[in-house]
Design a protein around this ligand. Structure first.
Ligand SMILES: [Zn+2]
Length: 353
């Protein structure tokens, strides 16, 4: 039997308290998409009704059964159109589902963060991609990982100015775009700084932060700003070295190669592309949840990166990742809690800010 842990309305006083009997049962309803009835409740404080569904990520979905399937497709290099064909959904419906999953998993990724254990090492690199048009709208994509566990700590995209080889046609296209949208801004530094700060928040307890990157000249200054007050041992490796397993940056290069393969819109030489980089960021959050919680670190391994980093005890199945809603921070129900254990499975005590 499901016992609601709190009132789902954030304005209600029973949302923050966790009194056991703040509600009374209020019958059932029969959703079209489920075979079993769903219990309804009434909050005794705000007198508003809710049900078990109000606590779930697929709240108000017509086809909740397709969410884990769409999640798997989106982490397997399949694009939105092909996913919609495979699932028998309209393209628009698939797009909206994708965005909903992306927003939900962004909350989940943040809720799970705990400080990294001693001996953790960070690696950082930037990947280049584009939105809309390859020759005029490039993007940079900073990625930060923990080396041993392969845990992806953060990845996001930012606009950069077109650079590299200029042909006549490319110059003309850039002039046309500039006239239409204004000059393209270079937002890479704030984006790198945000990514590094995600790492800084998780390494405050470490005596020394071991940080590895390539030799790009802006990195030392940005690392100093992001890890202010922390001792950082920054090793830089030339990006001209062969990118094989002996390269010190192999873990981050390998992470990037996997992302290029499994996030459809990062693939090279393909028709798939993000029209807006905000949606690339949502796709990255979906991939991050898959990589960190649902997939073992290596093929020969059992534990996931998040398990090895001490954030969670076991692998999390896609149905569990897409179960309880996560937009209430630590007040959200833990993804591994079942209907019966919503009150007893709690978030880890040493959560990071
Ligand atoms: Zn209430």
């Amino acid at each position: 039997m499901f016992h609601p842990p709190r009132c789902p309305y954030t304005s209600c006083s029973e949302h923050r308290s966790s009194r056991a009997r703040f509600y009374r049962r209020n019958g059932y309803y029969h959703p079209k998409c489920r075979p079993h009835p769903v219990a309804r409740f009434l909050c005794l404080s705000c007198r508003r009704g809710f049900s078990r569904q109000t606590f779930r990520c697929d709240f108000r979905d017509h086809r909740p059964d397709l969410n884990p399937r769409l999640f798997r497709l989106l982490c397997s290099g399949v694009g939105l159109r092909q996913s919609s064909r495979l699932l028998g959904l309209s393209l628009r419906c698939t797009e909206l589902k994708f965005r909903k999953l992306g927003r939900h998993l962004t909350h989940l990724n943040l809720n799970f963060r705990t400080p990294l254990p001693a001996g953790s090492r960070l690696q950082f690199d930037e990947l280049e991609t584009y939105e809309g048009r390859r020759n005029t709208r490039p993007l940079t994509l900073p990625i930060l990982i923990e080396t041993r566990t392969r845990l992806m700590l953060w990845a996001e995209s930012a606009t950069i100015r077109p650079r590299g080889r200029m042909t006549q046609a490319r110059r003309r296209a850039i002039v046309r775009e500039t006239a239409k949208f204004g000059p393209r801004r270079d937002r890479s530094r704030p984006s790198i700084l945000r990514t590094l700060r995600r790492g800084a928040a998780l390494t405050r307890g470490l005596e020394c932060v071991v940080f590895e990157s390539d030799e790009k000249t802006v990195y030392p200054g940005l690392v100093k700003r992001a890890f202010k007050g922390q001792v950082v041992d920054h090793t830089r490796t030339s990006s001209r070295l062969p990118r094989d397993v002996r390269n010190p940056l192999f873990p981050i290069n390998h992470t990037e190669a996997m992302a290029r393969d499994l996030v459809s819109r990062l693939r090279r030489e393909s028709w798939l592309v993000s029209k807006k980089h905000a949606f690339l960021d949502l796709h990255l959050q979906i991939y991050m949840a898959y990589r960190n919680f649902a997939r073992p670190r290596f093929n020969r391994d059992n534990p996931s990166p998040a398990q090895l980093a001490g954030m969670v005890e076991r692998l999390i199945r896609p149905t569990q990742l897409l179960g309880w809603r996560q937009d209430w921070g630590s007040r959200s129900i833990h993804p591994l809690a079942t209907r019966k254990t919503v009150r007893s499975v709690a978030w880890s005590g040493r959560r990071a800010a």
